[in-house]
Design a protein around this ligand. Structure first.
Ligand code: OXD
Ligand code: MN
Length: 596
């Protein structure tokens, strides 16, 4: 393969350091897949599931200390620390090469080194990019085959080019003390050692498609975002595309595959992507999104026929389950799959499960499945030009502060809304769950450069889009004083999407509030929902005390980003403060109006 010279040289160089027993170039074929599966069944890396009910499905149990993304061990290795910014861990490239390079020495002894050429994005799209992952994990290979266009198809796209993203992964000894996920964006290089977990080891996903791609996107003038992409079809058959950025495990997969309730039978949601979007300005001047991935690596707990019938139908064949529980019949099981757990479950560690103590499935247990198996997959999901985005939604888990839905006043205000986002942490990353953290545009773990420069890039993009999408914020997670969710979520979220659709078309009633346009209670179509009295008002209420605290926390976060923070973000923050103080004076005023 003389045309892949740069690739061959790199593979040789890696093999000289890592010392594998064998090198296998992956072609992505069915035969190769079967050989890998059989090998993993033999050595226990995979466990076969009930092949009558779940044909082609397997279970993988990871090392119990390797079950989620490890953000504290994830580094951006730019030559200048200030380019990584204060929200990323940084390591000097020379130090990274020295310290972590040692860990790769001989790390593949006794193992096969797999070379995985992959394509992120549809074949034939001008926006797709090639990467190559070298790994010593066959589990990674079979997952990459589901999550990317892998093997021959990627090599074809490669041509003679030496500009591809290089990703080197080794399981090492799986010790968290020797685990590092390093990104060298200037060199388009990723090094990951010591973890087999998806987000740390499937390098096409977070490492390439977000951290490295966000850097490339800024250089080339496009956006790499942690967003789902959907097409919302109305009863007239018109499809409007939206992108939505929520942090990990906040329901992107469920929203991407939403099935509306009976009252909304004329509406349909088409899935284009559930996690990542690459958005370019198309030749028509619109923002166009492609899904760089080819599969879904979704959170299993909470997934059921009721919450997500589409993914339930997709994962009944050719699916890899990781860290779920198993029934005595060899079926995968997780909390929320059925109202009552079946008897005789084996938990995610492989032990008999005792109800009432720990969950049977790990809270971050996952399924990996090809997108093409999803019944709601959009006919346009592989459109090389991408789909035209009319609305961008930001959202997170906020118990009190954010109303169900609101619209930003403008692109600039919308960028500020995204920049001011926060959410409660989930099991998708190691560390405490349920802690509120600032997570601008759901990109805090994934932006490969300084957050302030990232906001500036968003602002610049807006100026270049002839017809910029409208920007909204949604929150399905508001609770009452007893901590109960006020909003039923899942399929009922179509009600918020319908209002968004109307706003995009210049319809839909709204009131102007300090934070943006909030629907009037009548503007939301709540027919058939029967929410308890007062719930709608509560869902849409702007709690001024909570917002005062919120804007103060936003200010502290923005202070960390000075002096690079764009003036526009500071101005929007000051304007929010001014609008809030006017509101709190008018709500709480005991003084005569002249006090204003
Ligand atoms: C994911 C994540 O796996 O965000 O998508 O953690
Ligand atoms: Mn994600």
């Amino acid at each position: 393969m003389p045309q892949h010279r740069a690739l061959e040289q790199w593979v040789d160089q890696v093999a000289r350091v890592t010392r594998p027993d064998r090198i296998h170039w992956c072609d992505g074929s069915e035969e190769e897949h079967q050989v890998l599966i059989e090998g993993m069944l033999r050595d226990g890396t995979l466990i076969g599931l009930n092949h009558q009910r779940y044909p082609g499905c397997y279970l993988h149990r990871s090392h119990p200390s390797d079950v989620a993304r490890t953000e504290h061990l994830t580094f951006i290795c730019t030559s200048r620390q200030e380019d990584a910014g204060p929200t990323n861990n940084w390591m000097a490239p020379a130090e990274a090469r020295g310290q972590v390079g040692k860990l790769f020495e001989g790390s593949m002894r006794g193992r096969t080194m797999f070379v995985i050429p992959y394509l992120m994005g549809p074949a034939g799209s001008p926006y797709s990019k090639v990467g190559v992952e070298i790994t010593d994990s066959p589990y990674v290979v079979v997952n990459m085959r589901l999550m990317t266009r892998m093997g021959k198809i990627a090599l074809e796209r490669f041509g003679g080019s030496d500009s591809f993203v290089r990703g080197l992964h080794s399981l090492g000894d799986l010790s968290p003390d020797r685990r590092f996920i390093l990104h060298f964006p200037e060199e388009r290089l990723i090094w990951s050692i010591g973890s087999g977990y998806g987000g740390n080891a499937l390098l096409g996903k977070k490492c390439h498609s977000l951290r490295i791609a966000s850097w490339i996107g800024r250089e080339e003038g496009w956006l790499a975002e942690h967003t789902l992409i959907i097409g919302v079809e109305d009863p007239a058959g018109q499809v409007t595309y939206m992108a939505a950025a929520f942090p990990s495990a906040c329901g992107k997969t469920n929203l991407a595959m939403l099935v509306p309730p009976a009252e909304f039978s004329g509406y349909k949601v088409w899935t284009v992507g559930d996690d990542i979007a690459w958005m370019h300005i198309g030749s028509d001047g619109r923002l166009r999104a492609i899904n760089p991935e080819a599969g879904f690596f979704g959170v299993a707990p909470g997934t059921s026929v009721k919450t997500n019938p589409n993914i339930t139908a997709a994962v009944d064949r050719n699916t890899i389950f990781t860290n779920v529980a198993v029934t005595p019949d060899g079926e995968p099981w997780w909390e929320g799959k059925d109202p009552t757990p079946p008897d005789g479950l084996v938990d995610w560690r492989g032990n008999p499960w005792t109800p009432g103590k720990e969950p049977a499935a790990h809270p971050n247990s996952r399924f990996t499945v090809a997108a093409s198996q999803c019944p709601s997959i959009s006919p346009s999901w592989e459109d090389p030009e991408g789909v035209p985005i009319s609305a961008i939604l930001f959202g997170g888990r906020r118990a009190r502060v954010a109303p169900l839905v609101y619209q930003a006043y403008s692109w600039q205000h919308g960028v500020f809304v995204g920049a001011g986002m926060a959410s409660e942490t989930t099991a998708a990353q190691s560390g405490a769950v349920g802690v509120t953290r600032r997570d601008p545009m759901a990109m805090i773990p994934f932006c490969g450069y300084h957050m302030a420069d990232y906001f500036a890039h968003w602002l610049n993009m807006g100026a270049r889009i002839a017809c910029p999408p409208a920007i909204f914020h949604v929150n399905w997670f508001r609770t009452d004083s007893h901590g109960r969710f006020l909003w039923p979520g899942f399929g009922e979220n179509i009600r918020a999407l319908k209002w968004i659709l109307e706003r995009v078309r210049g319809q839909g009633e709204a009131v102007e509030t300090p934070i943006g346009f909030v629907p009037t209670p009548d503007a939301l179509d709540l027919d058939g929902l029967r929410l308890p009295d007062g719930t709608t008002d509560e869902l849409l209420r702007i709690d001024t005390d909570a917002w005062d605290a919120e804007q103060a926390e936003q200010g502290l976060f923005f202070d960390r980003l000075t002096p690079r923070l764009p003036d526009e973000i500071r101005q929007e923050h000051a304007m929010l403060r001014a609008r809030l103080s006017r509101l709190s004076v008018s709500v709480n005023a005991v003084e005569p109006p002249r006090a204003l």
